[in-house]
Design a protein around this ligand. Structure first.
Ligand code: PMP
Length: 293
């Protein structure tokens, strides 16, 4: 992937009440979140200079913080307005917004009940996540050796920085093996998600997706499930064990970054990237993006 120095991206970042130049948007090295991975964040696409599904993302932002035992110290309406301002100031038409909240410098121990919560919102031009032909030709996935932790060991419904250590390691593993991304299993070898998306499978015109079990119930996943239901496609949410993977004909992933992207292989198993149900969902998702209401 192209390496970018994000401390030098053009434009402004809103940080704790002020719009400042990107190069000055700094936090102290003794911030709790740097040591104990207590930040929460969101990723929001901008289409046509408007944020996509922003209310849902900001609600999840608030929920992610609540799960980590703190509150975002700004009203969501205000954060929404700031997001819209960042789009204007940074002149973004197709772009990405990254709100983040973190615990401050009041404690260098895990306990930090009364910490000050910092909030920042950055926005930049949309980069390509996978290759430019990923939507047409699909991407490849391997099964990672890294497992998603069970609910009693980690706050899996929070989009919190701590949980992304697993994603980074799994994605590195995939890159080194020559795959585009990795599927993570749970400790019982059921499919969960990839490092940045949810996954769906198809067999005999039925669409399957793993039932949420302490992994992110993506906003794109929820949008696609609505479309599947609207189309009256056959659909099941269920536990999917890795042993069942051989039975599927097609698969696709959903997420803010990848939108809806077909899978061309999982490990050695080749998959059909031209399944008509997937192509229909890609088209219908594109219409939603264009409407962007
Ligand atoms: N799982 C993980 C681990 C992710 O990082 C993301 C991206 N936020 C998703 C799933 C998909 O979520 P969404 O559709 O809300 O982007």
């Amino acid at each position: 992937m192209l390496q970018i120095d994000y401390s030098k991206i053009p434009g402004k970042i809103w940080m704790n009440g002020n719009f400042i130049d990107t190069k000055n948007a700094k936090i102290h090295v003794l911030s709790h979140s740097l040591h104990f991975a207590s930040a929460v964040f969101e990723g929001i696409r901008i289409y046509n200079s408007k944020p996509f599904l922003i209310d849902k993302h900001l609600k999840r932002f608030e929920k992610s913080a609540r799960i980590l035992d703190y509150r975002i110290p700004f009203k969501l309406e205000k954060i929404k307005k700031i997001c819209e301002k960042i789009i204007k100031i940074n002149k973004l038409s197709d772009g990405y917004l990254r709100p983040i909240a973190w615990r401050g410098t009041e404690s260098m121990a895990p306990v930090n009940l009364d910490s000050k919560i910092g909030v920042a919102i950055a926005g930049w031009k949309w980069p390509v996540y996978y290759s430019t032909d990923a939507k047409k030709n699909g991407i490849s996935l391997c099964l990672s050796k890294w497992k998603r932790p069970p609910a009693f060991t980690a706050p899996g419904e929070s989009k919190c920085s701590g949980l992304y250590q697993i994603c980074t390691l799994a994605k590195h593993e995939a890159d080194r093996k020559g795959f585009d991304d990795a599927i993570m299993l749970d400790i019982e070898s059921n499919i969960t998600e990839t490092t940045s998306s949810n996954i769906f499978f198809i067999r005999d015109n039925t669409i399957y997706t793993p039932k949420i079990n302490n992994f992110l119930n993506g906003i794109t996943r929820q949008t696609i499930i609505k479309l599947i239901k609207k189309n009256n496609f056959l659909f099941k949410e269920k536990k999917i064990n890795k042993n069942e993977l051989n039975k599927f004909e097609s698969a696709f992933i959903t997420g803010t970054a990848c939108e809806v992207t077909p899978i061309n292989k999982i490990n050695l198993k080749k998959l059909n990237t031209k399944n008509t149900l997937v192509l229909k969902l890609i088209d219908q998702f594109d219409i939603l993006k264009k409407k962007n209401v």
